[in-house]
Write a protein that binds this ligand. Structure first.
Ligand SMILES: Cc1cc2nc3c(=O)[nH]c(=O)nc-3n(C[C@H](O)[C@H](O)[C@H](O)COP(=O)(O)OP(=O)(O)OC[C@H]3O[C@@H](n4cnc5c(N)ncnc54)[C@H](O)[C@@H]3O)c2cc1C
Length: 362
């Protein structure tokens, strides 16, 4: 049996109860992860991307170097804060999606070329990785390029009209009345929401974490949303969530944490990620090396801001990571021979024996 990461889904859950057409905003890392998870759950995503290619912020545009805010030529405004010399600030072992290692071997197993094998590679390597992920899961055919979303309305108010509920309505509400929307349109919208919210805290909105490892967290969030929409997972009731948030805010107040840091996760991200895993039906928590490597990178960055990308001291977590990722690459190689792992559900994955479906938590 091929190895699997705890980030791969639980294959033994019952089949999806229902599928819906879901609008996804943006084809950056979050939108691609959302499309993949929706497909895996048997839904039909339609990704609206204002640009002409997938990759979002990792699409470097040299115009941003000369005109960082895109102010000079509004007809050719660039949606990117990438600059020529940017290298990642997280190690690649941590950054990648759960069953598609962001390593040269992982990329090669999916038929993509790596041009920068460093642990903290350049932006071009991340873009190549995201495109390999999109190709592997045949995601581009679900993307409408050149389509800018200008308005989206909450699905729960249009369908259920209930006071009690979980914020996305019941699965039949969500699927039955308009397209549910998953926003993967990058940090710019998040900032807009934050500016509008009192004290920098976004009430009733928990999708804006920062100081996190984004790609795998996007994946876990999207998986839970996909499963809630299909009826295979359930969120707590609205009142239970409100009570939980009151408790959480009270805890922050007691600890003297100002509202603007409400969504700053840092060490809390691991507990949150594991909660997402559990809610989606998989009891296996993330391995400890992820938290250890994240913490070690942070310490190293603070101690050696100029060269933390080229000198590190997280040997033991790196060894554990390499072992897990190498096993996943083996699985990828096997499944590559069987064709792209695209729009098949996890149950179909299980039947085919591809690593996307083989979960250590069955
Ligand atoms: C300078 C910088 C360095 C970073 N370094 C790292 C790092 O080292 N490691 C790491 O993991 N993360 C890093 N990040 C975080 C990075 O933002 C995330 O990794 C991730 O790429 C964000 O993905 P996203 O899909 O949310 O947003 P984006 O990549 O911004 O994608 C959003 C997409 O939505 C589209 N879009 C936006 N609005 C609309 C609309 N109205 N209609 C249609 N389409 C729309 C955009 O065109 C874009 O393609 C960095 C971020 C920045 C700014």
């Amino acid at each position: 049996m091929a190895a699997a990461s705890p980030l791969t889904p639980h294959a033994s859950l019952p089949r999806s109860k229902q599928s819906c057409s879901v609008a996804v905003v943006g084809a950056g890392a979050a939108g691609l992860a959302a499309a993949r998870e929706l497909l895996r759950e048997g839904h039909t995503p339609v990704v609206f991307e204002q640009g002409s290619q997938p990759g979002g912020i990792w699409m470097y545009d040299e115009r941003t170097d000369a005109d960082p805010l895109g102010e000079r030529d509004t007809r050719r405004r660039a949606h990117s804060s990438m600059y020529r010399g940017l290298r990642t600030n997280l190690p690649r072992e941590l950054m990648g999606f759960g069953d598609f290692p962001f390593t040269p071997a992982g990329m090669a197993a999916a038929g993509a070329a790596s041009a920068d094998a460093r642990r903290f590679p350049s932006h071009g390597e991340v873009l190549a990785y995201l495109r390999a992920f999109a190709a592997r899961h045949d995601l581009e055919r679900h993307v409408r390029f050149g389509a800018r979303v200008t308005r989206a309305a909450p699905v729960w108010s249009s369908s259920s009209g209930q006071q009690e509920g979980n914020g996305v309505g019941t699965a039949s509400d969500a699927c039955g009345d308009g397209e549910p929307v998953v926003a993967g349109c990058g940090p710019r919208w998040a900032v807009t929401f934050e500016v509008e919210a009192e004290g920098g805290r976004v009430e009733q909105q928990q999708q804006l974490p920062w100081k996190v490892v984004p790609f795998p967290q996007f994946e876990l969030q999207a998986r839970l949303v996909a499963r809630v929409l299909s009826g295979r997972a359930a969120l707590p009731s609205r009142s239970a969530m409100a009570a939980e948030m009151d408790k959480f805010y009270a805890g922050l107040r007691e600890a003297g944490v100002p509202p603007k840091w409400t969504h700053m996760m840092d060490v809390r991200q691991w507990e949150y990620n594991n909660w997402l895993i559990t809610q989606a039906g998989c009891p296996q928590p993330l391995p400890a090396w992820r938290g250890d490597m994240y913490a070690a990178t942070g310490r190293n960055k603070r101690a050696h801001p100029d060269d933390y990308r080229d000198h590190w001291d997280d040997t033991s977590s790196l060894e554990e990571a390499q072992e897990e990722l190498a096993a996943l690459v083996e699985g990828l190689r096997g499944s590559q021979e069987q064709g792209p792992a695209g729009s098949i559900s996890s149950d179909a994955d299980a039947a085919n024996g591809t690593p996307a479906a083989i979960s250590v938590c069955t």
